[in-house]
Design a protein around this ligand. Structure first.
Ligand code: PHE
Ligand code: ZN
Length: 881
């Protein structure tokens, strides 16, 4: 740990002292191995006693020393014994326990006592709704017992737990339940054994009053796996989808990646207090209830999809994460990028490739592009961190997935599979690095990735500019790439960028054949065959590379691509390009009246063909009908010296939506009427539900009274949450009596269902209602609001921070609200608090008035006393540079 190179001086350091900077290059193996770990838990909500017995051996690869350092976080040792005898010459070094230890092999026993009930950070062992559960990734195990809490120390675990039977009738841990029994005074106990060596971050324990939905799965080799989804009794009827998704994931991983499950038991537990989505603990996944519980009455189609995706994600980790884990946390994308790619491919296979790809690109652009363009930009394999929790980012996850997807695009699915087979083969049972993965793909898939490794090192979204020139019967396509400077990385090298391209002919309507080109120099010319006159280049089809393509196509060419391209992603992209070009120009006041009208009418025409094209399926139509988000438009507007102007973007986008709503009133109404007639269970039901709310939202832009009546009707007659939530979303943006009435009806109907109450908060915090700020403030006073539940906090404040017209209000009130919530939440749950900082961190790309207000809020946070490591790191990075 080297803090010498850090740019911040001692004067800048708020209390407590600045947390150290951990660097990737400083990795050294641990001095000891821990082949076996035994844990004994005497469970209680207010007091849990933990005894850990560690079998230790010298690691021949580690440095020699005459002591052992075990990580702790807020722990004190009640007792320490070495080889059976209590010792007293141990010492604390900060939070860590240091024990003198020479010789080759020892057994160390340590007793600690922890209080799960006061654990509001939700890391380590904590109480949720009367049950006990754990979260150990990344560094939570050290809040349970002293241990080498790093992912390269693998151990097999035997766990015994005991506790009051009435309070904790179900006792679960990783691996297999080897024995259970009754104790004295109404207690019972269970012993668990996990035969697979694992790092401490994959440890899990759950004790509570739970029931399971169970079904066994037969693996490809004929073994039976008992699968259980554990929930509170009242939630049991909403577990079917999660269980089916789990079975589908298991089957898919056998078929597509050749991976079979390796225990006889697979447990999933749903908890309502959870910092993230879910956690892949070996044999005992712990899930946020949001990604388990669903039925059509309480969950939307999107919720169903998210559950399938997250269940798949955690299941796929069993191989990409658990069987092969990470050497250190800098390698996080080794498991996360790869596993996100695996869950994306799974969902594509379950639900259709085109729409899923569009959704994933939308997420990348909304969450990762701003990160890559801001003060928190980092490579998918970071070089340093102060708090690892801050690096569970869209960059590590989603850009990480894109980077591996590019490898797959360059080799094709079959060769890529040979590469992953080799990877699983070579590194099974190990703690590996990103470099190990790249080498396995190189050898197994026969692909040279030497230059491609830059994708692991360089942050920033590459820009590719395109120009074209016709030369006889070929098209000369000149591509130039630039990778923007990011914090700590002023100069960048060109990277290999695989692009699927085709050259169409607009006037003859003929579509050119697709081919893959790889741009790997700063500037390169590609010669492509022409399909006819008036060539229109379709580039980055299927979104093969996570880059920004910069070109200026005529509106006519974009309208042609939007209507005719044979690649569905390219159609979507053309629609987006058309809208981005127009909206950014309009927001930058670059368009005179005539140009504004011309741009709007091109978009209205394109939207008309989207709305009326009978050949288009409704799910795809729903994607094409969506205009680029304001957040994405900020990114597009903030380029070079130009700053994003949230007010101007909002005005331009609302004007376009109004123009579409007015010009296509008849068509949109017809669309809504048609969609309303499709039954819930109809194979086209999902698509119909998607477009009906979108139609309503456009209608609301031109005829508010009519939209209010239609939305109220849709709400009152809905037999599912998708329609109900969609109608309420539209009503929330309108100032009409139907709004309040339906909000009350929704709340009264669902007030005992936390996940639906979360939706109720979110819908109001996301609305475009003129009083949204006052409404959000009132919601914070609502009896159902609590700052200690992350889902509830996010339902109000993440939604609010993601609502540009609220967050970017000219008064700065939105910024102040988010800073206030960061300060209030930081002492309670630093991990969740720190996640709000990035919204304010975008100040440098915003126009000066708002930028000053945002920066002032960051400074206010940074002046607070006793900031957590999490928030300190995010705030100081956001102010630096
Ligand atoms: N590893 C989890 C996942 O991606 C995410 C997670 C990280 C959950 C840290 C909790 C804490 O599936
Ligand atoms: Zn993951």
């Amino acid at each position: 740990m080297d803090i010498a190179h850090d740019p911040i001086t001692a004067d800048d350091i708020p209390s407590p002292a600045q947390p150290p900077l951990i660097k990737r290059e400083d990795y050294t193996p641990y001095a000891w191995r821990v082949p076996e770990t035994a844990l004994d838990f005497a469970l209680g909500l207010d007091q849990t006693q933990v005894t850990a017995t560690l079998k230790l051996e010298r690691n021949p690869a580690g440095e020699a020393s005459d002591e052992i350092r075990l990580n702790g976080d807020g722990l004190t040792a009640d007792r320490v014994a070495v080889d059976g005898a209590n010792i007293t010459d141990w010492r604390m070094d900060g939070p860590d326990l240091v024990i003198p230890l020479s010789g080759k092999a020892h057994t160390v026993e340590i007793a600690t006592t922890i209080n799960p009930r006061t654990n509001t950070a939700l890391m380590g062992l904590y109480a949720s709704n009367g049950m006990l559960c754990t979260q150990c990734e990344a560094e939570g195990f050290r809040r349970i017992t002293f241990f080498p809490d790093r992912p390269d120390v693998l151990s097999t675990y035997r766990v015994r737990m005991s506790g009051p039977k009435d309070q904790f009738p179900i006792l679960l841990c990783n691996g297999n339940n080897t024995e259970s029994g009754e104790g004295e005074d109404g207690t019972h106990w269970a012993e668990w054994h996990d035969p697979w060596p694992k790092p401490s971050y994959l440890f899990a324990l759950v004790a509570g009053d739970l029931v399971a939905n169970s079904a066994s799965f037969t693996t490809a080799s004929g073994r039976e796996v008992e699968c259980n989804i554990w929930v509170r009794a009242e939630d049991l009827q909403r577990t079917g989808h999660a269980l089916e998704s789990l079975h589908r994931s298991m089957k898919w991983d056998e078929e597509v990646f050749g991976r079979e499950y390796d225990l006889d038991l697979y447990n999933v537990v749903a908890v309502s207090d959870f910092n993230m989505g879910a956690m892949e603990n070996k044999g005992l996944n712990v899930f946020n209830t949001k990604y388990v519980l669903a039925d059509p009455d309480t969950a939307t189609d999107a919720d169903f999809d998210a559950i399938e995706g997250v269940i798949g994600h955690e299941y796929f980790h069993n191989w990409s994460g658990n069987r092969i884990t990470c050497r250190d946390w800098f390698q996080l994308s080794l498991k996360e990028g790869f596993t996100v790619l695996r869950d994306q491919l799974f969902s594509q296979d379950m639900r259709g490739e085109a729409v899923k790809r569009i959704e994933d690109v939308r997420i990348l652009r909304a969450a990762q592009f701003p990160e890559d363009a801001g003060p928190l930009a980092h490579p998918i394999r970071p070089d340093s961190y102060r708090e690892i929790s801050n690096f569970y980012t869209a960059t590590v996850y989603n850009k990480g997935a894109e980077v591996i997807r590019m490898m797959r695009s360059m080799t094709g699915a079959e060769r890529f599979r040979a590469g992953t087979d080799l990877y699983f083969d070579r590194h099974d049972g190990e703690a590996a690095t990103c470099e190990d993965f790249v080498q396995a793909i190189e050898a197994g898939a026969d692909l040279d990735l030497e230059q491609f490794r830059l994708w692991y090192q360089q942050a920033g979204t590459p820009k590719v500019s395109v120009s074209q020139q016709v030369d006889g019967d070929i098209l000369r396509l000149t591509l130039t790439q630039t990778v923007p400077a990011t914090p700590g990385q002023p100069d960048k090298q060109p990277m290999p960028i695989p692009l699927r391209v085709a050259v169409h002919s607009r006037t003859t309507d003929s579509l050119g054949a697709e081919q893959l080109i790889v741009l790997d120099q700063a500037t390169q010319v590609f010669e492509l065959p022409l399909a006819g006159p008036d060539p229109v280049v379709s580039i980055n089809r299927g979104y093969t590379a996570p880059v920004i393509v910069e070109r200026s196509l005529d509106n006519a060419d974009l309208v042609f691509l939007a209507a005719h391209d044979d690649d569905p992603f390219a159609r979507y992209e053309a629609m987006q390009e058309l809208a981005v070009g127009h909206l950014v120009a309009a927001a930058s006041a670059e368009l005179d009246g005539a140009a504004l009208a011309e741009g709007q009418s091109a978009l209205v025409d394109a939207m008309r063909s989207v709305v009326t094209d009978v050949a288009l399926d409704d799910s795809m139509r729903g994607e094409l009908m969506l205009l680029p988000s304001e957040t994405y438009l900020f990114e597009a507007m903030a380029s070079g010296d130009r700053k994003a102007d949230p007010g101007a973007i909002n005005t331009a986008r609302e004007a376009l939506r109004t123009a579409i709503g007015q010009a296509l009133a008849t068509e949109l109404n017809a669309l809504h009427v048609r969609a309303q007639k499709v039954d819930f269970d109809d194979p086209d039901g999902r698509g119909a539900r998607k477009i009906k709310t979108q139609a309503l939202a456009y209608i609301a832009m031109s005829d508010r009274a009519k939209a209010a009546a239609m939305a109220a009707h849709q709400f009152d007659h809905a037999d599912n949450m998708t329609d109900r939530q969609g109608a309420l979303m539209v009503l929330c943006g309108l100032d009409c009596p139907e709004r309040g009435e339906r909000l009350t009806a929704f709340y009264d109907r669902y007030k005992t269902n936390d996940l639906v109450v979360d939706k109720w908060f979110t819908l109001q915090a996301l609305s475009s209602h003129p009083d949204v700020i006052a409404q959000a403030k009132q919601l914070a006073e609502h009896p159902d609001f609590t700052i200690s539940n992350p889902n509830r906090v996010r339902s109000l404040y993440m939604a609010f921070a993601g609502n540009p017209s609220a967050f970017h209000a000219e008064s700065g009130e939105g910024y102040r609200m988010i800073a206030d919530v960061i300060l209030a939440l930081d002492p309670i749950n630093p991990q969740t608090a720190a996640r709000f900082v990035s919204a304010l961190g975008r100040w440098r790309r915003i126009e000066p008035k708002r930028a000053a207000l945002m920066k002032a809020e960051l400074e206010r946070i940074s002046n607070a006393k006793n900031l957590s490591r999490d928030t300190f790191e995010q705030v100081s990075r956001s102010l630096e540079g």
